[in-house]
Design a binder for this molecule. Structure first.
Ligand code: PBG
Length: 335
């Protein structure tokens, strides 16, 4: 607990320290830096092409060559990492999801292209079957059940293919039990000792993912909901148990997702474990802030920066955010 005010009014006047920008700067406890940003981008087939995502104004799916250009731009802005999400054509989605671990799938081609052209940016991936699954689920579906252990075997193959392609950070977002341990063991035995894992440890079954599912073309495919594997929004202690479990299995970093509605979870995770902790400001959060900004209902830039700073105050070491380039430009221009 913070100490009580040292003295009563008027001996203590808090407004003294808020009187000028200089004094406010001196006592500011948390700041946002470009080092805190991970930029999620959507990749699609094609060349020199992009398709805007209707529910995420300002965000487009990009062909691999344009993703390389985006990575160049991000690196030049000082953004440390980019996170790839593939838009898979309908005819590549199957029940066995074999495309997910194809060495030359869209995502793995994008990883290679970025690492060849922009080696200094860290490339993060997504590990889950949903873009490749005819059912739109993150795991195998048999008789209406999402299978855990069989899915983990597929996720391990996916992880190895991504590591082989040169990924720096693997992001298992599937919420199957035991996947971190299985992936870590496979990385060790296949010579990928230094590939890091950012576990989506506390990922909630959230309606805030809606625009993302449009962006990756999974909205139509998804049958039912993800409530049997993603967390119940009412839970908090469970998040700590999941983080402890994923750390014990070999995660280097942990994530809370969504972000803004779950800042309490970020704070509990950071206080309890003191490990590298990230939040994902997800598509629905982006859409709300961007949409309200474009309508003139809020000052979009200010709300964006305030929302990102809030993650730092909540204890996060970094934020996955679709605002990354916009925020990086503002940080640069403000000096
Ligand atoms: C799927 C995945 C999702 C997101 C990241 N990976 C959606 C889901 O779980 O349905 C959401 C990201 C966002 O909403 O911005 N494994």
């Amino acid at each position: 607990m913070p100490p009580l005010p040292p003295a009563a009014f008027p001996t203590a006047r808090f407004r003294r320290m808020r009187a000028t920008p200089a004094l406010r700067g001196l006592m500011r406890e948390n700041t946002l830096s470009v080092d805190d940003l991970i930029w999620p981008v959507f990749v699609m087939e094609g060349a020199d092409a992009e398709v805007p995502v209707a529910s995420m104004p300002g965000v487009s799916r990009l062909s691999v060559d344009r993703v390389v250009g985006a990575a160049r731009m991000a690196a030049d802005l000082g953004i440390p990492a980019i996170c790839l999400f593939p838009y898979i054509e309908q005819d590549r989605k199957t029940e066995d999801c074999a495309e997910a671990w194809d060495a030359d799938n869209l995502s793995n081609r994008a990883i290679r292209a970025i690492k060849a052209a922009v080696p200094e940016i860290a490339v993060m991936t997504d590990i889950a079957l949903d873009p490749y699954n005819i059912n739109g689920h993150d795991g195998y579906v048999v008789d209406g059940q999402i299978l855990n252990d069989e899915t983990v075997e597929a996720l391990v193959k996916m992880a190895l293919a991504q590591a082989d392609a040169g990924a720096d950070i693997l992001g298992p977002s599937d919420m199957m039990d035991g996947r971190i341990g299985a992936i870590r063991a496979a990385l060790e035995s296949h010579g990928h000792r230094n590939v890091t894992i950012l576990s989506y440890a506390a990922k909630y079954a959230s309606a805030f993912y809606g625009p993302f599912r449009d962006a990756v073309g999974a909205s139509g495919a998804l049958k039912g909901d993800k409530n049997t594997y993603q967390m119940d929004p009412g839970n908090s202690d469970e998040a700590l148990r999941l983080v402890a479990r994923d750390l014990s299995e070999g995660a280097d970093m942990v994530m809370v997702k969504p972000g803004m509605p779950y800042l309490d979870i970020c704070r509990r995770v950071k206080d309890r474990f003191g490990v590298p902790t990230y939040a994902y400001q997800v598509s629905g959060e982006y859409a709300m802030i961007r949409g309200a900004g474009l309508n003139g209902w809020v000052d979009g830039e200010k709300v964006m920066m305030e929302s990102l700073l809030a993650f730092k105050r909540a204890g996060c070491d970094g934020i996955l955010t679709y605002f990354a380039p916009d925020a990086a430009r503002l940080l640069r221009d403000r000096g």
